[in-house]
Design a protein around this ligand. Structure first.
Ligand SMILES: NC(=O)c1ccc[n+]([C@@H]2O[C@H](COP(=O)([O-])OP(=O)(O)OC[C@H]3O[C@@H](n4cnc5c(N)ncnc54)[C@H](OP(=O)(O)O)[C@@H]3O)[C@@H](O)[C@H]2O)c1
Length: 282
């Protein structure tokens, strides 16, 4: 195992980070396999450049979360192929101070979505066009005929829609998340993905009104706190197949452990650690 300048520390940087289950997942895993690696969350107020320089010397790697995944691409020394195409980094490995950035969100997303079966989709509605939305669009470009993207402002959705076309999706449209747009799009899709923070820490808010959710579609919500979001509960009532955000989180954690330590972790084991930390074993 290679460590950067002797450090056995991994970090999560973002703002906010207090909702994250990553420290609980990784620390329990390292304890279980008897590895003296520590994983700590740091809330970054400002001066991301300085933080990256500190991490360069004091970590073996780190995760980047909301809202720094896009900014991280310009602060590292090398990008892997997928992170470079997606334009967002969520995992960094330090090779003796040389920082290499990866995107494992798209892999976590792909593996979580596979729980609905290995299939393609006629139309998908992607809500959110930030770092997580980019990773999802990249993954969806291979399995969706038409991709509809909505965001708060609409401009980020339009930009991501153009990128998705370059990534191979045959038809794509990016617009503002108004009720009229959502109404028009929702009736054309068989997959809905929430890559916005709507629902985070709020069990009653949803990015899509219940009446617009098509029956028997597939719904993946990246929000994992609460695990059972309003969107997922509404979708379940419509007979949809639902996938919670914790599946995506643990599948990307499996990839990160492979990158940092060369070890193969079990996603179910990591999920159980997360559920224990949430105090919910159901
Ligand atoms: N489960 C997992 O493993 C996993 C992994 C990554 C992220 N996540 C979660 O995914 C969420 C997004 O993360 P991120 O890093 O992509 O955040 P981000 O970069 O801040 O992007 C958030 C996106 O959501 C859009 N948005 C905000 N409110 C909206 C609304 N009411 N309707 C439609 N779109 C809206 C924003 O629109 P504008 O661009 O117009 O501002 C933006 O495009 C967070 O809750 C994060 O915790 C989960």
């Amino acid at each position: 195992m290679e460590t950067s300048r002797g450090s056995m520390n991994l970090y999560l940087i973002g703002k906010p980070v207090n909702h994250s289950l990553s420290p609980a997942i990784y620390m329990k895993y390292f304890e279980a396999i008897g590895l003296g690696v520590k994983y700590k969350a740091i809330e970054v107020e400002r001066d991301l450049d300085r933080m990256f320089n500190w991490l360069r010397d004091n970590s073996m790697g780190f995760n980047v979360t909301i809202p720094f995944k896009l900014a991280a691409t310009r602060l590292i020394d090398e990008l892997d192929e997928h992170a470079s195409i997606i334009g967002a980094v969520n995992t960094v490995k330090s090779h003796k101070g040389h920082l290499v950035g990866y995107n494992t969100d798209w892999i976590g997303f792909t593996k979580a979505l596979l729980m609905a079966g290995p299939r393609g989709y006629g139309g998908a509605l992607l809500i959110g066009a930030g770092g997580a939305g980019r990773a999802a669009a990249y993954a969806l470009a291979r399995i969706v005929d038409t991709l509809y993207i909505v965001s708060k402002t609409g401009s980020t959705a339009a930009t991501l829609s153009r990128l998705a076309t370059q990534w191979g999706v045959s038809k794509s449209k990016g617009v503002k998340a108004t009720i009229d747009n959502l109404m028009d799009i929702a009736r054309r899709v068989d997959l809905i993905v929430n890559a916005s923070p709507v629902g985070l820490n709020d069990p009653e808010s949803s990015p899509l009104p219940a009446r617009l959710i098509p029956e028997k579609c597939v719904v993946l919500d990246m929000v994992y706190r609460p695990l059972s979001t309003r969107l997922l509960r509404d979708a379940q009532e419509k007979g949809c197949t639902i996938i919670d955000g914790l599946w995506m989180l643990v599948h990307q954690a499996v990839e990160n452990i492979k990158i940092w330590l060369g070890l193969q972790a079990d996603p179910l084991q990591l999920r159980n650690y997360a559920l224990q930390a949430m105090g919910d074993n159901s």
